[in-house]
Every structure is written in structure tokens, then in C-alpha cells.
Design a binder for this molecule. Structure first.
Ligand code: ATP
Ligand code: MG
Length: 432
């Protein structure tokens, strides 16, 4: 029996969890500025929800699904991404109904699962923050959503991230391009990697995305989708580019970027950063106008992105960006001696302070006072009080401001009933 965590998973301990909270809280705040509401869907779905929508030749579906049969013989998979489940939910809950205000803007955050070879920034359970916007085929929606991601990175202090933009155009454009690509790649078939030979049969656009050296050399000269766009695709892409420029958002057009999922059309994008000299995508998304229809809803345009939280945190760390996550303790209660009455009083005191909405901690281990004061410093306690036989007998305590070291004397009862006022009076007496 293995008593370690499964390969490709992580325990997130409190110090690290504080960084997660910070990032998640920033996302919540920002997304609500853009009028997004949260959606929570199940962590597992029927296999079919993912298989065809994501694309049954995609790496996600062919190699990376965490699927199994449950006790009722249902084919289930842990969700590998957020878009298909959200679209499923959009249709199932009839959010397409006319009485629901359009566009419908939804965000989510949570675990995703992919059976991958674990490495830096690549896990089997990882977390995404994602957004989906339904019901607008206005290119301003594409730009607003991309701008929101850019805004998020800016808020976190990440400047070293580059927006890569491409278009897949309409179905017609893509069909024409696909043929051109096949015509170009076929003569090189034997020189392509095994995976790309397979991709050439199943989904030739994916060859463009290959990371294999032999493929990249061949792909470098491949025709560009931009030369195969019909008028509609061209106009759409131009609008997106123009509005990005208008908002002052830098981008590079990257015609080799095609994305790993099958459902996209028109705009696709990635935010890419460098990690130890390699490209690392932290956020990716695009437009998907056929997906709602695929799930049995009325044809509804969609746009969204998914952002890898582990990769984001990794990048923040590599960039030396320290998130302001320290939460000081309001009161630390040092406990002197092993008198059970003192022990109970200390418990009453921290509870009373907590009930007033402040944070409090105490000693439980009967340690030497010096060690307890050290804990108070470690926890960045604002105030410190020592409880011993003497304090219990007299009902008087000395409250120490742990930063200025100023002390005031007051009754224990006052501290327990009105901690806020005590702190305020201490602040004024210190300034006198
Ligand atoms: P990649 O090309 O790196 O495999 P992808 O195309 O499979 O990425 P998406 O499905 O677009 O990735 O997921 C969106 C984001 O989720 C990625 O940009 C990345 O930040 C994150 N992500 C994807 N797979 C993993 C994983 N296995 N571990 C950690 N983060 C991941
Ligand atoms: Mg992948």
C-alpha cells in the first residue's frame, strides 16, 4: 500500500494556501468588475460531455483522461478542463432562455485532472481559473475577455507575459486552410514525428503546434492561415486586432498557435511567459461558436479562457513577486504556570476576543514565557498579554503593544468585553 500522495498531485499547506487565496480573491474581485458571476459544476462528468466536445483526437481525450466506470457502470471522467462542463451546464439549466440577460458571463475556479507526465508546471491534478461568456459574437467580447486576463496579470504585478494571437476563421476558411496544409505536409510525412504523422491524418492543424524539433523545421515553412481567411474571417480578425491596439494591449500574431482543443473558431490566444528559458503558457482561450449547439442548445456564440493557477504561482515566484499575504494576529495570550484556572481563563479570553471579530492565539503547552513571547513575534501579534495566578487573583492585566512595546494596565473583564476600544485607547495613550 502506498501512503504517499498520488503522482502528479500536490498538498497545499497553509503558507502556500495563503498565496492561492490571494490570487483567487484578486480574480473574484476583478471578474466582478467585468460583471462575471461564479459557476460551480461537478468535478466529474459523463465521459461523453468531454470526449466529443474537446475533440476525440485531442491529446486530452486520447491520452490524458482520468476516466473510469462507476458502480452503476456509467462511464465517468474527472473533468480535464472547464469549458465543456460549463457549456453542458449552460444548456442543461436553459441559460439560453430569452429571460436570461445576454451575454451570460460566468467564471469558475477549481481542480482539473489530466493523466500527464508530471514536471514543473504540469500536474495530474491542477487548478484552473476560467471564464466563459455566452451570447455575444461581437469582437469587442473577444477583446474585453483578453483584456480582463491582461488586467489580472497587471494587478498581480506580472509584466513579463506576452499575448499570442491567432485566428482559425470560419469553418470555410479552416477547411480551405486544412487542405492547403495537408498538401504542404504530405511530401514530408516520413520526416515528421510519429505523433505528427498521426495528427496529419486526424487533425493536420495540430502538427503546427508540435514541440518536436523535426516537426518545427518543416512547419516553419508551412502556409499561414492568414492567407486562407475569407472576407468574414478577415474582417473579424482585423476588428479584434484594432480594438486590442485601441486598449493599448500588445500582442504578437502567432499563426503556428492552434490550441489543443477542437472547439475553437475565429480568435484564439495564449498568454506566454518564460520559465527557465522555456515558453510557458499560463492562460489560453478563444472563441467557440458551435459548442452550445453541440450540447443541444440553440446556436450561441461563446468566448472564454482557462488559466493555470500552479503555473501562475510558479511564475510569480520565479519573478520574485511576493504577494502581500501576511495576516498578523491581533492578540497573543501567554499562559504562566499550570494552574487549571489560568488555563481556562486563557481559553475564555481568546474565545471572547475571537467572538468580537479579532484573531487570537494562546499557549497550550505550558512552555517557558520566553518561548511564548517568541511565538507572539513569529505570529506577528499586535498585542500580547500574560495570564498567571496574579492576573486571575487581581483581575488586572497588562496589555503590551507588541510593536511599540508600550504597556497599559486594565481589567481583564474590559479586555474580554471590548477589545476594540481597549486597542483604540491604547493607540491614543501611546500618541500622547
Ligand atoms: P499545454 O500545451 O501546456 O499542455 P494545454 O493546451 O493542454 O497546455 P489548456 O487545455 O489550454 O492547456 O489549459 C489552459 C491552461 O491550463 C494552460 O495554459 C496551463 O496554464 C494550464 N494547464 C494545462 N494542463 C496543465 C497541467 N497538466 N498542469 C498544470 N497546468 C496545466
Ligand atoms: Mg496539454
Amino acid at each position: 500500500m502506498k501512503l504517499q500522495k498520488p503522482k502528479g498531485t500536490q498538498d497545499i499547506l497553509p503558507k502556500e494556501a495563503a498565496r492561492w487565496h490571494y490570487v483567487e480573491e484578486k480574480a473574484r474581485q476583478l471578474f466582478s468588475q467585468y460583471h462575471y458571476g461564479e459557476i460551480r459544476t461537478p468535478m466529474f462528468e459523463h465521459y461523453e460531455v468531454i470526449s466529443r466536445s474537446v475533440g476525440d483526437t485531442s491529446d486530452i481525450v486520447t491520452k490524458e483522461m482520468y476516466d473510469f466506470y462507476d458502480k452503476g457502470e456509467r462511464h465517468i471522467t474527472l473533468r480535464p478542463e472547464g469549458t465543456a462542463p460549463v457549456v453542458r451546464s449552460y444548456v442543461e439549466n436553459k441559460l439560453f432562455a430569452p429571460e436570461v440577460q445576454k451575454p451570460v458571463k460566468l467564471f469558475y475556479m477549481g481542480s482539473m485532472f489530466r493523466y500527464e507526465r508530471p514536471q514543473a508546471g504540469r500536474l495530474r491534478e491542477f487548478h484552473q481559473i476560467g471564464v466563459e461568456c455566452f451570447g455575444s459574437s461581437n469582437p469587442a467580447t473577444d477583446v474585453e475577455t483578453i483584456a480582463m486576463a491582461a488586467h489580472f496579470f497587471k494587478e498581480l504585478g506580472i509584466e513579463q507575459v506576452k499575448l499570442h494571437l491567432n485566428t482559425l476563421g470560419t469553418a470555410d476558411s479552416r477547411k480551405a486552410y486544412r487542405q492547403a496544409l495537408i498538401d504542404y505536409l504530405l511530401p514530408y510525412k516520413e520526416q515528421l514525428s510519429k505523433d505528427s504523422q498521426r495528427r496529419l491524418e486526424e487533425n493536420p492543424l495540430r502538427v503546427l503546434d508540435s514541440k518536436e524539433k523535426e516537426d518545427r523545421e518543416i512547419v516553419a515553412q508551412a502556409p499561414s492561415i492568414l492567407d486562407y481567411l475569407d472576407a468574414e474571417s478577415q474582417a473579424y480578425f482585423t476588428s479584434v486586432c484594432d480594438m486590442l491596439t485601441l486598449l493599448g494591449i500588445d500582442y504578437v500574431i502567432d499563426t503556428k498557435m492552434v490550441r489543443g482543443l477542437d472547439y475553437y473558431n475565429h480568435t484564439i490566444f495564449e498568454f506566454i511567459t518564460q520559465l527557465d528559458g522555456n515558453d510557458l503558457t499560463i492562460c489560453a482561450g478563444g472563441r467557440y461558436d458551435k459548442l452550445v449547439d453541440y450540447f443541444g442548445g440553440p446556436e450561441t456564440p461563446g468566448f472564454g479562457f482557462g488559466l493555470g493557477v500552479e503555473r501562475l504561482l510558479l511564475v510569480l515566484e520565479k519573478l520574485g513577486i511576493n504577494l502581500p499575504v501576511e495576516e498578523p494576529l491581533d492578540l497573543y495570550v501567554a499562559v504562566l504556570g499550570d494552574n487549571p484556572q489560568v488555563n481556562s481563563k486563557a481559553l475564555e479570553l481568546v474565545q471572547a476576543v475571537r467572538q468580537q471579530g479579532f484573531s487570537a492565539e494562546r499557549d497550550y503547552l505550558n512552555r517557558k514565557l520566553k518561548a511564548q513571547f517568541k511565538s507572539a513575534d513569529n505570529f506577528k501579534a499586535s498585542y500580547l498579554v500574560t495570564l498567571g495566578d496574579n492576573e486571575i487573583d487581581t483581575g488586572q492585566i497588562s496589555l503590551k503593544n507588541n510593536q511599540t512595546r508600550a504597556e497599559i494596565s486594565l481589567s481583564l473583564a474590559d479586555l474580554m468585553t471590548n477589545f476594540a476600544q481597549v486597542m483604540a485607547s491604547q493607540a491614543t495613550s501611546a500618541s500622547k
